[in-house]
Ligand binder design. Sequence first.
Ligand code: ADP
Length: 624
Amino acid sequence: MKTDQPLLSWKEAMRLNRRAFLLICQKDQKAVISRMVSVVWNALTPYVGIYLSAQLLSALTEGAAADTVTRLVLLNLVSAAVLSLAGAFLNKWKQTESACQYYKVMQFLSDKVMTMDYADADCSSTWALYDNIEQNRWCLGMGMGNTCSHVEKLLSAILTFSGGAALTISLFTSPVPDSAGRYTLLNSPLFLLVMAVVMIAVTCLSPVLSNKAGSYAARMANVRKEANRLVSFFGVLGFENAMAADIRIYRQDRMCDRVMNDKTFLYSSKGLFARLSRGSLGLYQAASAALSVVFTGVVYLFVCLKALGGAFGIGAVTQYVASITRLSGSIGGLIRILGDMRNNASFLKPTFEFLDIPNRMYQGSLTVEKRIDRDYEIEFRNVSFRYPGSDTYALKNVSMKFKIGQRLAVVGMNGSGKTTFIKLLCRLYDPTEGEILLNGIDIKKYDYQEYMSVFSVVFQDYSLFAYPLGQNVAGSVTYDRSQAERCLEDAGFGQRLAELPEGLDTYLHKDISDDGVDISGGESQKIALARTLYRNALFIVLDEPTAALDPAAEFEVYTRFDDIVEDKTAVYISHRLASCRFCDVIAVFDHGQIVQQGTHEKLLEDSRGKYHALWYAQAQYYDR
Ligand code: ADP
């Protein structure tokens, strides 16, 4: 069967596992410690039982005194009780400490997304990589979530091996007495060697075969990724309540059926994995299981022959069978877990590729001057910009200046570069060519967070969080309630606020609180506006700020905007020209360039200009 992805080398695989484990240790030390202590306990304590019960059986078969037998029985009982009680306690501790471990591990990715350059967060290849990691986790259970349990199993196998070896050595070293006739053959070094080799070979072969079966998951990862993508879309489409109406009208259930009932689909009865299970994959699994049984047979044969020859008593038979079975299990476990770690490393690789995405944006250290006269000026100087991976310029040679306190409108057709202009202004992206200056200094030279804090933006695709309303407005858990109320009032949300059962403490949506309220598009736009006002930044940027408002609400926002914005600079992006008429400067974008700049009246005078054309194209729909 042709597979599409080679396994990683052992060295690389172990390097990735080590890195993942160290990261988890840093993030969640207590959980790791509790898990490891539990493993040590669970791996070693069974040998106490094996040893003590062997002692008891020996005492019985050798006719020991009644009080010796009684003492051994009590010792067996008390030790079993104490050990399992302590084991239960450790287990509980481990469960408590690791209850949130999965989320803590996932937080690596979430923290990374929140701190990576916006350009990377906004890039489809970043999300394709993330999608890959998520699918591996969700559909195959592979990735960083496995690392801790893999290390746990590795440690357990090593400890079980050590304990098993300590109790098994004497099986090979205790000789059959010379009086045992043919059984003395069992003392022959050659026989012992053959026995050890057979046991080791069978022990190792079984997990090697099972690893081979397991490696299909890693090697077929890309094939599975495509299939999982289909299943995770079509398999749960019914849960997408936002699509419920469209699904019914366009009968999307038929599309789902077509994919989900396709018998040749990867996971279906005639798909690749079913064929593999009937062929090589299934054979590896069956052979691995059969060899485990062969091993048990060989062990019983060897131990019983030695006992029959008189090398040790009945008590020792149980000890040897139990300890060698554990010893073999640990070798098998060791091989299996190393194989699992190698397979899983193929899935750790994309995780680290994601975590290692570098922050390339130049981070300056200048503080933004706090001027009492609020005399700030922004200048775009010959700025051109291409989105990462794109050949075409979204902005081409844009030059313009504007001062604090001005009202700037950015107008133009869809796709003309308005939002891109704002994203560059707020330094979500850096220009490909040219520079942007704040008071004559390249904005790259300012401390990034500080420069960002100069802006308050409502993007077209803004989002509110499922937090209480007031926290949404303030962007913080603690905030000035009266200021939050004032901002909501200014944004036109005052009446609705008065109706909310918990006022500012009302949760938005129902993700976190069942008492949360669902809000309409227009209402959420007003809350987003209030959030912009609360920040009290120098620049207020509104990207289509009223698109979801009804005409009356839109009129209200615009007529009050001058008062609301006060002496701050306001940048409006809109393709509704009527709403920009009152601005000091209107910049008209077309195909990524500023083709006209000026006041409404001045721009209208140019009857061949773009603004004139846009204005009259819209005028037929609006009563100016
Ligand atoms: P507007 O806001 O005027 O509608 P945009 O600034 O959003 O226009 O888009 C300008 C151009 O840049 C369009 O051609 C658009 O397709 C392209 N563009 C926007 N965002 C991206 C992106 N993240 N990656 C690649 N191209 C983009």
